[in-house]
Structures are given as structure tokens and as C-alpha cells.
Design a protein around this ligand. Structure first.
Ligand SMILES: [Mn+2]
Length: 273
């Protein structure tokens, strides 16, 4: 099944599912997100009332298949696929999966573009050194990325939970997303950037379908405003990932539809059509 049952073969924007989740402390399920989002897309419109256009400029290239692979092999597969997409001068929207998938994806971008920043939208800092005796998982992934691309190149928005050991740099913005992201307009204007959206940035009172819900989050409209704001700099967006939607936590249709609409708005924001 394809997103919207649609695929524009010559589109510059590729939609790719990454059905990976590592060891999860609470509840598994985020690896089911790509297919659940495609399923829910059947019940939404192409037309975005927020961007006042139909969103049809994308090619859905399916999911990566990780059957029988070890974690290192899975990460290599993600990195190689993203690298291949960038080498063809295309852009990508990845649907995770847990947040760990951002690491191999960033590694691929880093091989091609040396100077870029990460816009990390998330309730959590994900900057632990170690979690569950593992140095690479959803709680440490941003720390690993900071080590790779430099902590000055990682901007976090929407944070509202952190452990004492997690270093809060000047680029970490708590609570509000839209208001704070507007403050770095000059950076977005001048640098290539990658956006990693952890859906737990949304408040769980209206979007509970995430593995690690955290109260005090932003609402849907603030997220849409943020995506549309980023579209002002669409020529600088290299790729986008959307992670941590967990259809096993809350199976309701409303959540899969919400996640689908967010994907639609991201594609619309990246497209010139
Ligand atoms: Mn998170």
C-alpha cells in the first residue's frame, strides 16, 4: 500500500518507511507506524487547507526490509539508502520507527553535506551517554549525533523532560516550539538543515499514541504552524524524519489519521508544487 495510494514517479521527494525499533522499555509498536500511517491516509484528503494546495508531489518507495538483520546491518542499510537518495539529488521523508533511526540517516547526510544543522523537535533531550547499558538507542541518539556533527549544530525545540546528566546547550529550547524556532530564522536562511520530529512533542492529552508520553506539550496547530514556517526555507531542507508514533499504545483511528495529516503537511512544506 502506498501513502494516499499515490506515487508521482518523477518526484524529487521520496517517502520511505523505516520499520525499526530497538529494545523498548515500556511498549513495543513504533515499527508498525509506517504501514499504519499509509493505511490511515486512505481516509484523508490530498488537499491541505493549511497550505491551500493538493499534496501530490512525492514518490512512496515503500519500507526498508530488516528481516533477519542485526542492528549494525540495519543501520548500515538505512545509511546506504539515505545516501543513495541524496546522491540522486532527491529529498526524503522517513517514517520511523523509534528515534534511533535518525542516527544512520544523519550519518548519510554528513557524508555528502559537511555543514548542516539538525532541527530536533521532541519532548525529550535524548542526550544520555548510556541507557539500558547501550550507547545507541532512543535515549542517547541526539548525544551521538552531537558527537558526529558538533553540539553547536543541533537545535532542540519543545523539550520538557531531561535527566541531570543530559547537557543543556544554548541551542536547547524548552516548551514552546513555534515561538522559539522563529528566533533562529537567520540560521535556517543560511544553512542546510535536517528536521527530526519526535511526535511525543505533541501533548498526550490529544496525541497519546507515543512510546514515551510527556504532558505539557504543544498542540496540533502549533506543530502545523512550525512545519509551515520551515517551508519558508524549503530549499535548505535536506530531509525530514517523523519518529516514535506507536499505534500499539493507542490504536484509535484519530491518532493514525493525525500522523498521516502531519506527513501530508511535511511533504507539502517541502514541495514547490
Ligand atoms: Mn521523545
Amino acid at each position: 500500500m502506498k501513502f494516499f495510494n499515490w506515487s508521482k514517479e518523477d518526484s524529487e521527494i521520496l517517502l520511505l518507511g523505516i520499520p525499526y525499533e530497538g529494545k523498548v522499555v515500556f511498549k513495543k509498536g513504533s515499527s508498525l507506524a509506517p504501514d499504519k500511517i499509509r493505511w490511515a491516509s486512505e481516509s484523508i484528503e490530498f488537499y491541505s487547507p493549511y497550505q491551500k494546495k493538493e499534496v501530490k508531489d512525492f514518490k512512496d518507495i515503500g519500507n526498508l526490509n530488516f528481516k533477519g538483520l542485526k542492528r549494525e546491518e540495519i543501520f548500515e542499510k538505512i545509511e546506504e539508502k539515505v545516501f543513495e537518495i541524496l546522491k540522486e539529488s532527491k529529498k526524503f521523508v522517513l517514517i520511523g520507527g523509534d528515534h534511533t533511526i535518525t542516527y544512520p540517516s544523519i550519518c548519510a547526510v554528513h557524508r555528502i553535506i559537511k555543514d548542516f544543522i539538525l532541527i530536533h523537535i521532541d519532548a525529550h533531550l535524548d542526550r544520555r551517554e548510556m541507557f539500558e547499558e547501550d550507547e545507541l538507542n532512543y535515549a542517547t541518539v541526539i548525544k551521538k549525533i552531537e558527537q558526529k556533527i558538533g553540539e553547536e549544530n543541533v537545535y532542540t525545540f519543545g523539550a520538557r523532560s531531561c535527566a541531570k546528566e543530559e547537557k543543556v546547550t544554548d541551542n536547547v529550547h524548552f516548551f514552546k516550539v513555534y515561538e522559539n524556532i522563529k528566533k533562529i530564522e537567520n540560521v535556517l536562511k543560511n544553512k542546510k538543515f535536517y528536521v527530526s520530529l519526535d511526535l511525543d512533542v505533541l501533548d498526550p492529552s490529544f496525541f497519546p499514541a507515543v512510546t514515551n508520553p510527556e504532558p505539557g506539550g504543544i498542540n496540533f496547530n502549533e506543530l502545523i504552524d512550525t512545519i509551515i514556517f520551515l517551508s519558508n526555507y524549503k530549499e535548505n531542507i535536506t530531509g525530514f524524519d517523523v519518529v516514535e508514533y506507536n499505534p500499539m499504545i493507542s490504536e484509535g483511528l484519530a491518532w493514525s489519521v493525525t500522523a498521516s495529516i502531519i506527513i501530508r503537511e511535511i511533504i507539502g512544506a517541502m514541495s514547490n508544487q
